[in-house]
Design a protein around this ligand. Sequence first.
Ligand code: CMC
Length: 445
Amino acid sequence: MPVIDLAPELKSEVRPVAKDTLTITDNRTGKQYDIPITDGTIRATDLRQIKTDSNDFGMMTYDPAFMNTAACRSTITFIDGDKGILEYRGYPIEQLAEKSTYLETAYLLLNGELPNKDQLAQWMYDVTYHTFINENLKSLLDAFRYNAHPMGKLIATVAALGTFYPEAKNISDPECRQKQITRLVAKMITIAAFGYRHMIGQPYSYPDNDLSYSGNFLNMMFKTTEMKYEPSAALERALDVLFILHADHEQNCSTNAMRAVGSSHVDPYSAVAAAAAALYGPLHGGANEEVIRMLTEIGSVKNVPAFIERVKSGEGVRLMGFGHRVYKNYDPRARIIKKVAYEVFEVTGKSPLLDIALELERIALEDDYFVKRKLYPNVDFYSGLIYQAMKFPMDMFPVLFAIPRVSGWLAQWQEMLQDADQKIARPRQIFVGTERREYVPIQKR
Ligand code: CMC
């Protein structure tokens, strides 16, 4: 990178510079630096050459919460938040939700291309035949209290699952990686459903290989005394669409956790457990539960205007399921979910909370407060209503998010491992603590 030490009299003169560069003048030293720009981005490490003297560590950027830092180059998911666009490997989410299945979409995320007929058949076979989990894991579940949150059980069980496959640490072997990916995608539904059955004190329902991925999950969740569980086709499809919509969302909190933990080259089970822990937080995977609580608290359509006024009054009440850090337009997933909700209610009967949600949306979309701030329904506004109508308890909502997100996490993990630019994730800090001082014996403190 050229460094130009300008003589004072030349500083204001024009000098030739390469086009795709950013010229920085350090006013502390008068030096200028031409930093290359690639994809609208400069490399933070290129700033390290900017020093006041040879003892200076060099310039860093300060970016808590990664508000303006790209941590990777990725080919998996594209989001244009202003236009409300979401694409997996270039395919619009609307087309995948309408025409694909969750397993086909997972293949796409993981491999970069849609499978052909044989590839899809093989992938579906592999996932179906890896759904059983080791019986010892049932003893692990037994160690939890009856009221343990299913997300805590999921995180612990996924981490424990890794101990059954010590070879999983061979992360540089593509075949071995593929085996663990298949296992994780397959066993997520079993672990999730077993956690639920443990919670309600019912015997575990084992996988049924005749069923689809989503159908099998419903079977393990809800089968009771029938010889053969037959999922409602409409509910099975609705769940599959929700799985497609939640499969990936580029560099969100849990994906960042997956990449950061995976960058230490730990096995993928441990990294997925860490990502699931990140998802558990109410700022990430828990908002749809908050929507149900809010709708229940509002109680009736006639109370909606008063609630909207409370939101606008600035007393700290938020319209849950509205607004998004990235989407400043209708979240494309919310549009699809709203349609799915009607299809589910055809089977289950309408949720009594639906009319309240519709009225909230109607008023908010016309109200200046929400219009000015570009607040639109997000993925969570209607998904909780669907889950509730399908008889999933609220505690299971983040688990339902984690099941399909595993394919996204694993796609991002593979990409990270194969990216020559990546190293162990290790941010810098600005130390603002006490300067060096001598230890004081306890008698003198
Ligand atoms: N209700 C009322 N006002 C809101 C809302 C809301 N839901 N969201 C944002 N605002 C206001 C906020 O008060 C602020 O107003 P002002 O400029 O007067 O101070 C302005 O809009 C900007 O808000 P912000 O908090 O700076 O926006 P953010 O990008 O930091 O927050 C958010 C995004 C999703 C955390 C926020 O919109 C929110 O809390 N929404 C409700 C919770 C929710 O639905 N979360 C689910 C997100 S989707 C999950 C996923 O994709 O994984």
